[in-house]
Design a protein around this ligand. Structure first.
Ligand code: NAP
Length: 283
């Protein structure tokens, strides 16, 4: 049983995703479901309600600070890098963190490796939350690659009007492609280097199927490029591409660091926390 005299358990969530915000909303007492904007899918109807891990709990979410106006989660928020794995380990110790949850984007590879190193150094239990990846279905024309450079190399053979949805940070990988025209969708405006023939669409999901169909038609898109984020909020473009017979270059995810347990969604992360804390209580 939790000890009333003990300070609240401190959970650090490495965030920047819908899952991280949902997790914070679930863990911060009294705000479950309140912090998520309309349009973001909720857990399936009829899903088992997940019991709270403990009543006394402190939840901090860490954001990298890439987005100018981020959607803020419930609970405490800190913004900016830690200064590598050593900086993160120091932060874990100085702020008495009891559990670390890496709920960053599946392609945020550096911070996930930093988290694994820091958690081992500071002896803090670590869990990665990774939503399942997308899988191709009948009618899909997917070209799976392992990097943005490979995606760029595949493009000239596939099309000339490219819908690029891999984010503004990786545009340099496509900057040498001077012939094709790019439609780039990102939350904040891209900065050079980027492809010379490019139109920017500033927007953030969720995106509807009708909207994605219209976009492909209006811009006469003949190839789509995406990372395998697995996000429901951005999956409609894949359906729209399938319907239109458009090839899709899919950048596969980097693996989760060795030895780090993985939960597929925030509910499973809550269950992991309950186990971690009840094990600590029984010691
Ligand atoms: P990254 O390459 O893995 O990380 C680069 C550096 O950014 C890290 O070494 C760390 O700096 C800092 N950092 C990253 N995530 C952080 C966090 N949650 N809190 C504090 N510092 C963080 O990361 P990225 O791909 O640039 O992504 C940055 C953030 O955007 C992530 O939090 C991710 O969840 C979110 N995001 C990424 C993508 C994507 O496609 N990569 C898409 C949507 C959202 P220090 O070494 O100084 O600690």
């Amino acid at each position: 049983m939790p000890d009333a005299a003990r300070p609240p358990r401190h959970v650090l969530i490495l965030g920047g995703t819908t899952e991280a915000r949902r997790l914070a909303a679930t863990l911060v007492p009294g705000v479950a479901g309140a912090s998520e904007p309309a349009g973001v899918p909720e857990p399936a109807e009829g899903a088992e309600p997940v019991p709270s891990p403990e009543p006394a709990r402190r939840v901090t979410t860490s954001l990298a600070g890439r987005v100018a106006a981020p959607r803020l989660p419930a609970g405490e928020v800190r913004i900016g890098g830690f200064g590598g794995p050593e900086g993160l380990a120091r932060w874990l110790r100085e702020h008495a963190v009891d559990a670390l949850i890496d709920a960053t984007h599946p392609f945020a590879d550096t911070i996930s490796h930093n988290a694994a190193l820091a958690a081992a150094t500071a002896h803090v239990p670590l869990l990665a939350v990774r939503r399942p990846g997308w899988v191709p279905g009948p009618g899909d024309d997917w070209h799976q690659v392992t990097s943005l450079d490979e995606a760029a190399a595949a493009l000239p053979a596939l099309g000339s009007r490219i819908f690029l949805t891999t984010g503004r940070m990786g545009l340099a990988h496509f900057a040498h492609l001077t012939d094709p025209w790019f439609l780039v969708r990102s939350v904040d405006a891209p900065e050079p280097p980027h492809p010379p023939r490019m139109t920017t669409l500033l927007d953030r999901g969720p995106f509807t199927l009708d909207g994605e169909r219209q976009l492909l038609r209006d811009h006469r898109i003949d190839v789509l490029v995406t990372k395998d984020s697995g996000a429901a909020a951005t999956a409609a473009k894949l359906t729209a591409a399938r319907e239109a017979g458009i090839p899709v270059v899919v950048v596969r995810r980097p693996p989760v660091p060795d030895g780090v347990p993985v939960a597929a969604d925030p509910d499973a992360a809550v269950n992991w926390l309950r186990e971690v804390f009840s094990e600590a209580d029984s010691r």
